[in-house]
Ligand binder design. Structure first.
Ligand SMILES: [Cu+2]
Length: 110
């Protein structure tokens, strides 16, 4: 019984840490929130592109929905999403956060 209580409180701590890091509505569980919000919108410039392995490095602005500051980082992405894009191009993108953040939509920003 004691072990179960420890496990439950550990999950509660992890849950609230997630809520603080990535969510502005702590009352909603992370899973519920993910279901409602498939990704967060960002704007950036393509710094590197690998259309074969499926990765893109973006210099992106702050993403308030994820509490991310502006930075340059690489994301995985379906290679099919990256066809026709170019290094240096400004893009709007949608990122699905996680252990390996993934770009799930990306298009040229006009
Ligand atoms: Cu980033």
């Amino acid at each position: 019984m004691k072990l179960i209580l420890i496990a439950i409180s550990a999950m509660a701590v992890a849950g609230s840490a997630l809520a603080q890091a990535g969510h502005d509505t702590p009352a909603t569980s992370a899973a519920d929130h993910a279901a409602m919000t498939p990704g967060a919108q960002g704007v950036g410039v393509i710094k590197k592109l690998d259309t074969k392995s499926g990765s893109v490095t973006l210099q992106h602005g702050p993403i308030a929905a994820l509490s991310w500051p502006a930075m340059t980082m690489s994301f995985k992405a379906e290679p099919s999403l990256l066809q026709g894009l170019k290094v240096g191009e400004k893009v709007n993108f949608t990122v699905k956060p996680g252990a390996t953040p993934e770009v799930v939509a990306i298009k040229h920003a006009g």
